[in-house]
Design a protein around this ligand. Structure first.
Ligand code: SAM
Length: 332
């Protein structure tokens, strides 16, 4: 996954004049704060250098994870043609960029961001967005988002982990109120990120939301700790990204977890592939979350012909519209 070229060019403009040493130091500090899930009352992106480090080392990865989540929404709701997007905790506008490159029906974007440093950068980048109207609101999520408009698509990407626990439930409730059609939440693919998504899932189901993805059901999640649900999105790394992180590989795998819910049910639910498929002489082994609410390891045998061929094409995170062989091992 690559950022759209208009966005890449706008980012390049933002990064002119910055030294590699400054960028590497700011990236290291940012990684450390994200890894520790530091909540010290300060925004992680609280100055220009941190904002530019985010553009270089985090935005490509969050863009890939958000785009992969949106791709699953399209499979579950192919007729969904949003006209408006509300991007809360927008940072540099990552989710708005991803949404507008996936749904060309979108004409209006509203982006809410409380950190001045990243909002200024995002506002400049968003001049290149292919939308009719883009509105940035300098608002704090804790203030109740009173002035926020409702939108067809509401997105909360990589934000819950920065909020105090007490702020999460009222925020999810308010965002659901503002959701005209579909809401998508994305979090880092850690056990803590998964738990935050599970809590939001329970709350939204209780509020009448239909699950679009990744779960093919609205039953209790069948996975039990230490197991957890997450996915992976491959992201191209620019030269600057590699240099700032001291890495040599031209890509990285972003682990993430997401939830898509809607006011309308999914057109259908197929089993979801919960781990990288394993191909052996016997066939393709898949860990699946299934529409009946169970998780199971299933093997599609070579002798199953067309089903085997289809299973070989499946990847971690895909919906698996195949007839599988009976469960070989019940997960929980
Ligand atoms: C990790 S960044 C994610 C940015 C973007 N959504 C993305 O996925 O790339 C989290 C963003 O949420 C913003 N944020 C955190 N707490 C907030 C709050 N209380 N009110 C508004 N924005 C907040 C941060 O300033 C930051 O820009």
């Amino acid at each position: 996954m690559q950022l759209p070229s208009a966005l890449r060019q706008a980012i390049d403009q933002e990064l002119t004049g910055i030294t590699l040493a400054d960028l590497a130091a700011a990236s290291a500090l940012l990684s450390q704060r994200y890894r520790a899930e530091t909540r010290d009352g300060r925004f992680h992106l609280n100055d220009e250098l941190a904002a530019r480090a985010y553009l270089t080392t985090r935005m490509p990865a969050t863009y890939s994870a958000i785009s992969a989540s949106f791709a699953a929404i399209i499979e579950a709701a192919p007729d969904f043609q949003p006209k408006s997007v509300l991007d809360v905790g927008a940072g540099p506008g990552t989710a708005t960029w991803a949404a507008s490159s996936i749904w060309d029906s979108i004409t209006d974007g509203t982006l809410i961001e409380a950190s001045t440093a990243i909002r200024m950068v995002g506002e400049r980048l968003s001049k290149a967005l292919p939308l009719d109207r883009v509105t940035w609101l300098a608002q704090r999520i804790g203030d109740g988002l009173r002035d926020a408009p409702s939108a067809d698509l509401v997105v909360l990407a990589y934000v819950l982990d920065e909020l105090d626990r007490a702020a999460r439930t009222p925020l999810i409730a308010r965002l659901w109120e503002l959701t005209a059609h579909t809401m998508v939440i994305i979090e880092p693919g850690t056990t803590e990120g998964w738990k935050r998504i599970l809590a939001a899932r329970d709350q939204l189901i209780a509020g009448g939301a239909h699950i679009l993805a990744p779960c093919p059901h609205a039953e209790t999640c069948p996975l039990l700790a230490p197991d957890w649900c997450h996915f992976s999105a491959r992201t191209a790394r620019s030269r600057l990204h590699r240099e700032a992180k001291g890495g040599s590989v031209p890509w990285e795998d972003e682990k993430f977890i997401y939830l898509g819910v809607s006011r309308h049910p999914a057109i259908s639910h197929a089993p979801r592939v919960l781990a990288p498929p394993h191909v052996s002489k016997a066939g393709v082994s898949l860990k699946l979350c299934q529409p009946d609410g169970s998780a199971a390891a299933r093997t599609v045998a070579k002798r199953d012909g067309a089903a085997f061929k289809a299973a070989k094409k499946l990847d971690w995170g895909d919906a698996a519209p195949i007839r599988s062989s009976p469960p070989t091992e019940q997960q929980h």
